[in-house]
Design a protein around this ligand. Structure first.
Ligand SMILES: [Zn+2]
Length: 292
């Protein structure tokens, strides 16, 4: 315990002031003021509002959480169109879920359900759905759960490949937020598979992407998942196709350069390894032979 700064005054009658703190009151006031400011700024609930949604599968009316458009800030745009947001993350609120029947979809797709698809959802999802209570404010793990529920619904509905691919891409992004790159890769690969199919089998626009933008995205997903040959081919298509806007061509060139750099580095390392292997092989032979 710190020495009492008022020691020496006991004889004057002040013998019971051990727990008196010099600055305590001011510190507490300052702290509570800061907390109040931070709370006001960082209270995500204040940045949300309720949107009334009618479930197209069971007809239930419910409130879906929506983010006020003025509330989030863009920090960074990634080369596969993922956006880093600050203040609040709109991706977390992208999936709407009917708690009565379990139908879930990204809000862009929510009302696009055909009769046969409704039946599939009722037979497969609704019968198993127990209901789920979510907190008022969602986090990345809740977002992953909700995107996966949407993906499950798309699968049961036999929805277009592009829908499943987009859900997979967004799940990959959520794992990027969590720095879980292994799981991110799994979902990027699934997204790529779906977009490849959608590219030649679906009508454009696909989620506001024209043919050339999807061409670029397929290239970039190939790059991110390490399929460099495929990526170079798709990027070259973007660059050489007439009618592609200049900005997208520039992006494709940048990403192509990244692959070249990577391959060059790899080439250098391989060469170095070869050099080391050839110069050190005689010396190390004895060392390695002990293991084999
Ligand atoms: Zn419903």
């Amino acid at each position: 315990m710190a020495k009492n700064i008022f020691s020496g005054l006991e004889n004057l009658g002040f013998d019971n002031i051990d727990d008196m703190s010099l600055y305590k009151k001011k510190e507490e006031e300052a702290e509570s003021d800061t907390n109040k400011d931070a709370k006001e700024q960082l209270n995500p609930a204040a940045l949300l509002y309720d949107r009334t949604v009618v479930c197209p599968v069971c007809g239930n009316t419910y409130k879906a959480k929506a983010v006020k458009t003025s509330s989030y800030r863009i920090v960074k745009k990634h080369s596969d169109f993922f956006i880093d947001y600050s203040v609040i993350n709109p991706y977390f609120y992208d999936v709407w879920l009917c708690n009565v029947c379990g139908y879930a979809a990204m809000k862009a797709d929510y009302n696009k359900v055909r009769e046969i698809q409704k039946e599939n959802i009722q037979k497969t999802i609704s019968l198993k759905w127990h209901g789920r209570t979510y907190p008022e404010v969602y986090d990345v793990n809740i977002a992953i759960e909700r995107y996966k529920l949407a993906l499950l619904n798309y699968t049961v509905m036999e929805a277009d490949s592009s829908k499943k691919a987009m859900a997979c891409l967004k799940i990959a992004w959520m794992y990027r937020i969590l720095n879980d790159s292994d799981t991110e890769m799994i979902f990027l690969e699934k997204a790529l598979e779906g977009f490849n199919y959608a590219y030649s089998n679906e009508r454009f626009p696909i989620y506001n992407m024209d043919k050339y933008t999807l061409m670029y995205l397929i290239a970039e997903l190939n790059r991110r998942t390490g399929n460099y040959d495929e990526a170079l081919l798709w990027f070259s298509n973007v660059i050489t196709t007439v009618g592609v806007e200049q900005k997208l061509k520039e992006k494709a060139r940048d990403q192509k350069d990244l692959i070249r750099e990577k391959l060059q580095q790899k080439g250098n390392i391989d060469n170095q390894n070869q050099d080391i292997a050839s110069s050190e092989a005689p010396k190390k032979k004895g060392f390695f032979s002990r293991f084999f």
